[in-house]
Design a protein around this ligand. Structure first.
Ligand code: SF4
Length: 384
């Protein structure tokens, strides 16, 4: 899982020159790390070749998502869109449908927007020069450098959660790596350590070491190729470096959703093109107000979100899921359409679809769980 650190502050870097700190290590560390990587690297489908498009797709998918979870998504995506030109010609809903379950859907929309821009300006090829990538949607410093170093062996550093953990411990950096000055120091140190060739392998090795050996809770220093030079290990500071920010307390949220039936069809609504779950489809749902019972809220939301008149039925399922610090309990009801035309201040458009047709629409994970209830054996009798 990659959490990227961009450079956000113009303040001066903290004391201690990163190039000087890296200089004594530059001769031996890359070789040790690359040797370790050759013996321990995991095989992933995006490591089979140096195709920039495939590496780019994998890097975007790996942001906020574990590698093992990404594999089936990556393979399905590349089967459907084997080239950048294929992706550029895709319908956004088809891309979102393939992304369903990975979350953070903005990544998918940015991937598509950038593919279309590159198809229009670069002949459908992923550029091999850094300057051509500036300003493209979703291509921050980490992603640009990761793709160019792996695909074209450009000598460009990377920083994400795993490499930050390795570097802060290696150099004994006790400052907050999320702050601008410390980030600047770490970017400079990462660059100073890079070998003149095989920068992409070096970057991957750094991340792999963080994922497999220099883990957050219990680093396995005895098997680490950097142990001899590691300041945190020498001082016994592995558990306090990198500095952690306290986790925010979870916020409990109560919501209700309504599956409105009209004959054999149910109402599905499309969210607006900006904001959370942009352009995805869903059954109308929203937060309950203080003291409101789920069935009262569902009846209110039915009319508020759709403009329709309906008769609320029984509860279908209660779903629990998390979005960042929010712990959401979603109570889902069925309802029968009675009268009215769809109009909504929030949703863009509505379709009436049979349960079997729901699989064609891109929806969020909790909404997919609700959609599956409608087609599950034993449930259909209640609704249809
Ligand atoms: S010696 Fe331990 S703390 Fe230092 S980089 Fe290796 S695993 Fe991490």
């Amino acid at each position: 899982m990659q959490q990227h650190l961009g450079l956000k502050s113009d303040r001066a870097a903290p004391a201690g020159d990163p190039v000087d700190a890296a200089a004594p290590l530059r001769r031996r560390l890359p070789r040790r790390l690359l040797d370790w990587f050759a013996r321990n690297r995991r095989e992933f489908p995006w490591r089979r070749d140096r195709d920039a498009y495939r590496i780019w797709v994998s890097e975007v998918m790996l942001q906020q998502t574990q590698a093992a979870a990404v594999i089936p998504y990556f393979e399905r995506f590349l089967r459907t869109f084997p080239t950048l030109a294929d992706l550029a010609a895709a319908d956004e809903q088809d891309v979102l449908r393939l992304w369903e379950g990975l979350g953070y859907y903005r990544r998918a929309r940015d991937l598509l927007r950038t593919a279309r821009l590159l198809a229009a300006t670069n002949g459908g090829r992923f550029p091999d020069q850094l300057a051509a990538l500036h300003g493209l949607p979703g291509l921050g410093r980490y992603t640009r450098n990761a793709v160019l170093s792996q695909a074209f062996d450009r000598r460009l550093p990377i920083l994400e959660a795993n490499s930050v953990r390795v570097l802060t411990r290696l150099f004994g950096r006790t400052g907050d790596p999320r702050r601008g000055p410390e980030q600047r120091w770490l970017w400079a140190a990462a660059e100073a350590l890079l070998p003149s060739r095989r920068a992409g392998d070096f970057n991957q090795a750094l991340m792999e070491l963080g994922a497999l050996v220099c883990t957050p809770a219990a680093p396995r220093c005895e098997g680490c190729p950097l142990a001899e030079d590691c300041v945190a290990r020498r001082l016994g500071l592995q558990t306090v470096i990198p500095a952690r920010k306290p986790k925010p307390a979870p916020t409990l949220v109560r919501e209700a959703a309504v599956v409105i039936r009209r004959g054999e069809q149910v109402l599905l609504l499309q969210r607006p093109p900006d904001g959370r779950w942009a352009s995805l489809w869903e059954f109308p749902h929203g937060s309950l107000v203080e003291g409101e019972a789920p069935d009262e809220g569902a009846a209110r939301l039915l009319h508020e979100l759709t403009g329709l008149q309906g008769r609320l039925g029984s509860e279908l399922i209660t779903l629990r899921h998390s979005v960042t610090r929010f712990r959401i309990t979603l109570v889902c009801f069925e309802a029968e359409y009675l009268a009215g035309d769809f109009h909504s201040a929030f949703y863009c458009q509505a379709v009436w679809a049979t349960p079997a047709e729901l699989s064609a629409y891109a929806v969020s994970s909790p909404q997919r769980r609700l959609a599956k209830v409608l087609t599950a054996a034993g449930r259909q009798g209640r609704l249809f």
